[in-house]
Design a protein around this ligand. Structure first.
Ligand code: XIL
Length: 318
């Protein structure tokens, strides 16, 4: 039996998983599954500003290096996630009474240092994550409050100064054609018209409870491609509303994975990253109140690292 990775490789498709540094260190099954079954990875948290910045003037690259180097050693496509986000900022940030100039300098240095460090190792960066609100308006964050909307263009330009990686805008809830993806389309069209170096858009595709229509996902992918952008599915997982999982949940989940792979491939997209290696490491098990809202088995491998119907479905669709 060829592994998923082997099948993906021979079909020039990237199938990935988000990785956690501790699991990589302590769990041989996690490590083995990651390396044998996937040809792409994203550090799930290690490249976020919080984990990277213990204090305003220091960096801690230990976890990020561990994951990025794992990917390079095993010849994987490495996605960097993420340079600018409103969540998972360092704890000390809250007490920092910055001026807009100080914040701008801080962000520029952060992007230069982090994207520069991994210049030869990271293939794609989520430069800006989740800058648009659910209703399509620009999200108000520390970045937009202090720096205005210019921070988006600045962030992409700063990243392009230090890396040749492809540069992505990444967001959730914009997988199908809807109000939010319309707004992101307009935003990216404007940035491109201004000459901002942006190469692609990442659709997170956390299919939690609601599963966006695959035909609409394909249509959405194609319109972004028509802007000249690459489109990748960057954080896929498939769950059900708690208490509403069908009896054959594993099969329904597998069908949905297959339909998304088909939609992606039909549209000419070649990268899908799942948000974790196995169900036991899914963020749905640990994140805030998600455990009560959604079922917690959203990935391709189960708690024992056994292949699920979703695994077979993805493999067959590649
Ligand atoms: C999540 C991680 O999976 C969790 O471990 C962490 O506690 C919170 O962040 N959109 C994103 C990801 O862009 O960075 C988020 O990852 C999930 C939603």
């Amino acid at each position: 039996e060829p592994t998923l990775r082997t099948v993906a490789d021979s079909n020039e498709f990237r199938i990935g998983a988000a990785l956690d540094p501790d699991a990589l260190r302590v769990d041989p099954s996690y490590w083995k599954t990651a390396k044998n079954e996937f040809n792409a990875i994203t550090p799930e948290n290690a490249l976020k500003m919080g984990p990277l910045r213990p204090s305003r003037h220091t960096y801690d690259f230990e976890d990020a290096d561990a994951i990025v180097n794992f990917g390079v050693e095993h010849d994987m496509y490495v996605r960097g996630h993420t340079l600018v986000w409103h969540n998972q900022k360092p704890g000390w940030f809250q007490a920092w009474d910055y001026t807009p100039d100080q914040l701008r300098t801080f962000l520029r240095d952060h992007i230069h240092t982090v994207a520069g460090r991994y210049r030869a190792k990271i293939d794609a960066w989520d430069v800006v994550n989740e800058a648009v609100d659910d209703d399509g308006s620009m999200r108000e964050t520390v970045w937009s409050d202090a720096l205005g909307e210019d921070y988006l263009a600045d962030a992409f330009r700063w990243a392009a100064e230090v890396t040749d990686a492809d540069l992505y805008y990444n967001d959730y809830g914009a997988d199908a054609v809807n109000e939010k993806s319309d707004a992101i389309y307009d935003l990216l069209e404007e940035l491109l018209a201004d000459g901002v170096p942006i190469d692609g858009v990442g659709l997170q595709l956390h299919a939690l409870g609601d599963h966006p229509d695959p035909d609409s996902i394909a249509e959405n992918i194609e319109r972004f491609q028509d802007l000249g952008l690459d489109v990748q599915i960057t954080e896929m997982d498939v769950a059900f509303h708690a208490g509403e999982a069908p009896e054959n949940a594993d099969e329904v989940q597998a069908d949905y994975y297959r339909e998304v792979v088909d939609a992606c491939r039909d549209a000419g997209c070649d990268t899908i990253v799942t948000w974790g290696v196995h169900d036991g490491s899914s963020w749905l098990r640990s994140f805030k109140d998600f455990g009560e809202r959604y079922t917690g088995d959203p990935l391709l491998f189960d708690d024992r690292y056994d292949e699920k119907p979703a695994y077979d479905a993805v493999k067959a669709a590649l």
